[in-house]
Design a protein around this ligand. Structure first.
Ligand code: DGY
Length: 353
């Protein structure tokens, strides 16, 4: 019998390669597909009920709000072979619980690298050029009362600045590469072990040579303290783990320059929102650009970070290009089909557990 697969969000086959792959696999009788058909997050109870019917071997799921935990794994029972998340991050997955049950995990880190790096660079510019504040002024009809003047809405240039990248994997490296064109002078980066230089075999985009071509000094920060102290722009691109949760907290922010900007394209909880808000309000930090915020998507117009003029907030659009989402859907579906053993499919990316 063809393996049963559950899909937790519609994947439009005309735009998303993964949707077309799944449809074909279903039509060819290679899988039995059970779909959540509404274009909104899957209802947890519906999913648990479907899993409890038994026989599910693969689950294609999303990042936001879809917790893969013991309750869900219990509901699925021993037939479950693979969780394929359509996301690079898998902080919504209890990896230890998967490991214990020998369930494999697939993620989609490669398809979204370029799109997320674009948003990192865009937020650096938006924050430092006060784009959020500027757009808000126009939408609020204030432009007629704020004629051009020499210092109106002036921000800071990147020329000659020091950029810091916290989390120097693919997204971090490509974000830096995007920023090299803005005449920065220096870049300090940090992986999970500060002070450790990038292994050249992990220089995915020839970033070392490109930095040198641009005359940019590129080296590992000796410590998180140095990263905080020296950067004019700090971009967080690290995964959310117990050791990165709250890493940009009150003590880190206290060491940053009052002229510096913070950009977060990683996960909201990497930054302590209250500490950030205090730093911005007290002008201990010049500004921030956030694509992710703790508590999302429940970030209303009255959220203090949304109301803070020096902070520009985007609704988690890092990977939001049709190209990236199509690639993510393809890779998630490939992971799932390979994981349930459909012939002709290989893993795009398996997370080691
Ligand atoms: C990811 O893939 O991890 C992005 O943040 C989208 O959820």
């Amino acid at each position: 019998m063809a393996p049963k697969v559950i899909l937790t969000r519609p994947l439009d086959p005309t735009l998303l390669e993964g949707g077309a792959l799944l449809d074909r696999a279903e039509q060819d009788g290679k899988i039995q597909l059970v779909r959540w058909t509404q274009d909104k997050p899957v209802d947890r109870q519906w999913l648990l009920n479907e899993l409890r019917k038994g026989g599910t071997e693969g689950l294609v799921c999303m990042h936001n709000g879809e917790k893969i935990d013991n309750e869900l794994l219990d509901a699925a029972g021993p037939s479950l072979k693979v969780i394929a998340t359509m996301s690079a991050g898998y902080d919504h997955v209890d990896t230890a619980a998967l490991k214990k049950r020998c369930v494999r995990l697939g993620s989609t880190p490669d398809a979204l690298t370029a799109a997320t790096a674009d948003v990192g660079a865009m937020l650096v510019l938006m924050a430092s050029r006060r784009a959020g504040e500027s757009v808000r002024a126009v939408i609020d009809g204030k432009w007629p009362s704020m004629p051009w003047n020499p210092l109106l809405l002036c921000g800071q240039s990147l020329k000659g600045s020091t950029v810091g990248i916290l989390g120097f994997g693919k997204i971090g490296q490509l974000t830096l590469k995007r920023l090299l064109g803005f005449d920065v002078s220096r870049c300090l980066y940090s992986t999970s072990r500060p002070g450790v230089a990038l292994d050249p075999s992990k220089d995915y985009f020839n970033t070392l040579a490109t930095a040198s071509f641009h005359g940019v000094e590129l080296r590992p920060a000796e410590s998180y303290d140095e990263l905080a102290r020296e950067c004019d722009f700090l971009v967080t691109c690290c995964p959310l783990t117990p050791s990165t949760q709250g890493i940009i907290g009150a003590s880190f922010l206290a060491k940053m320059k009052p002229t510096a900007y913070l950009v977060n394209t990683a996960r909201g909880p990497v930054v302590d929102s209250d500490a950030l808000l205090a730093a911005l309000r007290e002008k201990r930090l010049a500004g921030a650009g956030l694509d992710v915020v703790t508590g999302e998507p429940n970030i209303g117009a009255d959220h203090p970070l949304v109301l803070e003029p020096s902070c520009v907030v985007l609704p988690h659009i890092g990977s939001a290009t049709v190209q990236a989402r199509s690639g993510m859907s393809r890779d998630a579906v490939k992971n799932c089909l390979a994981g349930v053993g459909v012939e002709g499919f290989e893993w795009a990316n398996e997370v080691p557990l």
